[in-house]
Design a binder for this molecule. Structure first.
Ligand code: HSE
Length: 424
């Protein structure tokens, strides 16, 4: 049986899906043994529709008509954003159509409601392209690692941030220049705040955390810190200490709770994630039976993302009339761990006046809060410039560390708020 495919949104990813379905139909049927027939494309921008060269395919501006089209069995929602994407998906699910989406923000914010609609209508809602583009991490967690308890996931999930941090470290570029380059290459969100403030990574973290632990992890309980405060100095000092700075999504099971957090992290240069460069994504998973596994690939861009969308279409077609898997199984109710309870190592960079006794005062406050120093250095500067003191801690509890930071930042010898980075 041929499966009729409808694509809502013929922008970058939607256009890529259309191209793949039209040009690689033979490859799909050879490899997967299924026929995916593009039937209908809905797009408001006429110029985009014209460019696609759709001959025997219905082209319209009306997503409702596409959803109601009896030739369409599977609807791809590829317009992004919350509305009207959410309404289109619900309409399709309620019409008994399977849905494939790449919409990470929508899933992170409304995944529960969409999941309920899919289950109620006994149809599929698939979202491989929503997390790490071409890396099949959703399929891996749902199928390949299904027999495993997932202890930890460490993910580089945003190509824009990884590109910026790589360019700052390898090419010595300033943040703004690297961001402009990422925008020109076409993988940054519009506006890029979703990337650089960490929210895009948090959306993907929400999806992975819910999937790994079969629980609903509320997006607003995920700790999020972006990369906008990372300076050239931090990148350079981290490198001197043997680390790279990466924006990570970290999901761990700790004392019966789920830890889900997104922040720039010092990753030892020996760790496989340290060498994931530019727009590439990677996910390092620790599980009880399979042990450590690593997944790597392009997390953004037209064809990598479109390829992931088509992989979902293939899965739906191959399953045929078999039992329909729910998008998420919220079988457990597990609390999200408070960031204040985090037990880890930290990098601190103090900007101080270069006077006698300054270091002693900082160390006294750290000692008072039980923060133990592992190493410390100060760069020799011109006597008229501010001093930078860089310090690595031993394992310490986040709430104590932050209380010490607040007290230190209030000292008159401290010139700007202390930079704090967590260490993997
Ligand atoms: N803006 C995202 C990124 C696109 O840079 O990774 C893929 O989700």
């Amino acid at each position: 049986m041929a499966y009729g495919i409808g694509v809502i949104g013929a922008g970058t990813v939607g256009g890529g899906v259309v191209e793949i379905l039209l040009s690689n139909a033979g490859v799909i049927s050879d490899k997967a043994g299924v026929e995916l027939a593009l039937q209908h494309v809905a797009e408001l921008r006429e110029d985009l529709l014209k460019d696609l060269g759709l001959n025997d395919v219905t082209a319209s501006k009306d997503a409702h008509a596409l959803i109601a089209d009896p030739a369409v069995n599977i609807v791809c929602e590829l317009i992004g954003g919350i509305e009207p994407a959410k309404s289109f998906i619900l309409e399709a699910l309620n019409a008994g159509k399977h849905v494939v989406t790449a919409n990470k923000m929508l899933l992170a914010k409304h995944g529960r409601e969409l999941c309920e609609a899919a289950v109620k209508n006994n149809v599929e809602l698939r979202y491989e392209a929503a997390v790490a583009g071409t890396i099949p991490i959703i399929k891996t967690l749902r199928e390949s690692l299904a027999s495993n308890h997932i202890h930890a996931v460490y993910g580089i999930l945003n190509g824009t941030c990884n590109y910026i941090l790589t360019q700052m470290s390898v090419e010595g570029l300033e943040f703004d220049v690297a961001l402009k380059q990422a925008q020109m290459k076409g993988f940054a969100e519009t506006p890029p705040d979703l990337d650089i403030e960490g929210h895009d990574t948090a959306h993907k973290c929400q999806i992975l955390a819910s999937l790994c632990h079969s629980t609903y992890v509320p997006l607003d309980e995920i700790f999020v810190e972006g990369i906008t405060k990372i300076t050239h100095l931090d990148v350079q000092y981290a490198q001197e200490l043997g680390y790279r700075i990466k924006l990570l999504a970290i999901i761990r099971r700790v004392e019966g709770e789920v830890e889900a957090r997104v922040h720039p992290t010092l990753v030892s240069e020996q760790h496989p994630l340290a060498n994931v460069r530019n727009e590439f994504n990677a996910i390092y998973v620790e599980s009880d039976m399979a042990g450590a596994t690593l997944y790597y690939g392009r997390g953004a861009g037209k064809y990598p993302t479109a390829s992931a969308v088509v992989s979902d279409l293939v899965d739906i077609a191959q399953r045929g009339n078999g039992p329909v898997p729910p998008p998420f199984r919220y079988s457990h109710s597990i609390a999200t761990r408070d960031i204040g309870l985090l037990d880890g190592r930290y990098y601190l960079r103090f900007t101080t006046e270069d006077h006698p006794g300054v270091l002693g005062r900082i160390c006294t406050v750290l000692g008072k809060h039980g923060v133990s120093i592992a190493s410390l250095f100060q760069k020799e500067e011109d006597e008229h410039t501010d001093a930078h003191v860089v310090l690595m801690t031993h394992e310490t509890v986040e709430s104590s560390l932050m209380a010490a930071k607040a007290e230190i930042d209030a000292l008159e010898c401290i010139i700007e708020p202390t930079h704090v980075l967590r260490v993997l």
